[in-house]
Structure formats: C-alpha cells, structure tokens
Design a binder for this molecule. Structure first.
Ligand SMILES: O=C(O)c1cc(=O)[nH]c(=O)n1[C@@H]1O[C@H](COP(=O)(O)O)[C@@H](O)[C@H]1O
Length: 239
C-alpha cells in the first residue's frame, strides 16, 4: 500500500452562518477542504453554501437517498454550487448511483471539474448490533465491502466508510476509488455518537485519502490549533 498524503476536511456543522464563516476563515490554509452538510444547508440555504465555499474546496454532504430520478434531478439542481465532493447513500442501489454519475457527467463539459460522487456505505455511527436492528445481518466490514463493490461498479468515484474498513476496501477495489473517512477522533477526545472510530494517524496509515473531522475541531478551545495538530499528526505518518 502506498502511503500518500491524507487530506483533512473540517465538518462545519452548525445552523449559524456567522459561526460557520468564522470557522472557515480561522481554518483557511489549515484544512484542505470544508464540509457543509444537512444542518448548515437546511438552516442557511444554498446561497449561503455557495458564499461560504467561495474561497475553499467544498464537500457538500447532503447524503441523497431516494428513487433514481429524484436523486439525479436533485444532484443536477446542486451543480451550480460546484462542490468538489458530493454524497449519496449506497443503499439507494445501482440505478440510483449510475444515474447520479450520468447527470454529473452531462452537467460538466470538463470532466476534471466535475464533482466527485461519493457513496456513503455504512454510517460510522452504526455498530453490528445497529445493523441487525435495521435487518442487515452482517458485520459492518462485510456490509461496507459489499456495498462498496456495488457502488464503485455502478459509477461512484469514491466511498465514505470508517477507517476500520480501509484495508479491506483497498484489497477489494485497488487504489482507484477515493476513500473518505469520518469517525475520526484524536487520542483522548470524546467519541460522541460515533461507533467505528480511529485516530488521524491510524486512518492515514490504513490508506484514507481524506479524513473528515467535526467536533474535535469545532468544539476545541482553539479550532485552528486543533486542526494544525491533526495536520501535524497526518504529516508525521508520511514523513
Ligand atoms: O458523510 C459523512 O461525512 C459522514 C458519514 C458517516 O458515516 N459518518 C459521519 O460522521 N459523517 C459526517 O462526518 C462528520 C463527523 O463529525 P464529527 O463526529 O463531529 O467529527 C459529520 O458531519 C457527519 O455528518
């Protein structure tokens, strides 16, 4: 496995434009991208998403999951925002994924500028017990690899998974798919609602392309210093 630089995405989860804007400026140059998701987008709207992401690479994490036509049309409506990364749920199935990929390809003449389509496999807040409660009798690892193979075959550019599944996904799918990893907790920090967690350096060693970190940065006394400490930890892995 090649050890490449793992990039850091800060999840700016807040309903307040001023708070998100403050974090974005504080973190500029210290993180590789910002993530705006359901909380910020529902509270502040898409114009605010566009404005806030004007200066930084954007992961727009809206985790679409509906019938193929609705998801593909929803993604098309989001293309003027021009995120670098967008999410849909792998559980929507292969037709939903392939139509999503097709609509993004049609919307961007230059494919290099097309947002990368990420399929969320098994949420990092879910354990084996929780999977059983929704009727899936498999370990998170088995389910992530199964969904991951299907999603990449159907046209996803990458997958959202926990760090625990990285090695198995690389073995199954090679270096091609972009692997994005939330559920990251620096040593000693609170796990919150996350179940399948690892530290930044463990995720980097296991081959994450990007790690997503929210509360350990945004709830730190000094978010910029917290982000810098994570970058230092990531760099130490590849040094
Ligand atoms: O798609 C995601 O980004 C995502 C998928 C997943 O399985 N688990 C997960 O935590 N996330 C997101 O990653 C961020 C993690 O935030 P913290 O737990 O505060 O670090 C949140 O914004 C979640 O919405």
């Amino acid at each position: 496995m090649s050890l490449h630089r793992t990039r850091l995405i800060a999840a700016l989860d807040t309903p307040s434009y001023d708070q998100a804007s403050h974090w974005a400026s504080e973190l500029e140059g210290r993180v590789d991208a910002i993530k705006l998701g359901l909380e910020f987008t529902y509270a502040c709207g898409l114009d605010a998403v566009k404005k806030l992401s004007a200066r930084q690479e954007l992961f727009l994490d809206l985790k679409l999951h509906d019938i193929p036509n609705t998801v593909a049309s929803g993604l098309k409506a989001l293309t003027p925002i021009h995120p670098a990364l967008m999410t849909i749920h792998a559980l929507g199935g292969p037709e939903m994924i392939s139509r999503s990929r097709a609509v993004l390809e049609e919307s961007f003449r230059e494919q290099a500028k097309r947002p990368r389509l990420l399929a969320v496999t098994v949420l990092t807040s879910m354990s084996e017990k929780c999977l059983a409660e929704v009727g899936i009798n498999a370990t998170p690892l088995e389910e992530v690899v199964r969904l991951g193979r299907m999603a990449i075959r159907a046209g996803a550019d990458g997958l959202v998974c926990s760090a625990h599944e990285l090695v198995a996904l690389r073995e199954a799918l090679g270096d091609g798919p972009e692997l994005i990893v939330p559920g990251i907790r620096p040593a000693g920090s609170s796990t919150d609602d996350q179940k399948r967690i690892m530290t930044p350096s463990q995720a980097a060693q296991a081959g994450a392309d990007w790690i997503v970190v929210g509360r350990p940065i945004t709830r730190a006394e000094n978010p910029a210093a917290a982000a810098q400490a994570i970058q230092d930890e990531l760099r130490a892995v590849t040094a």
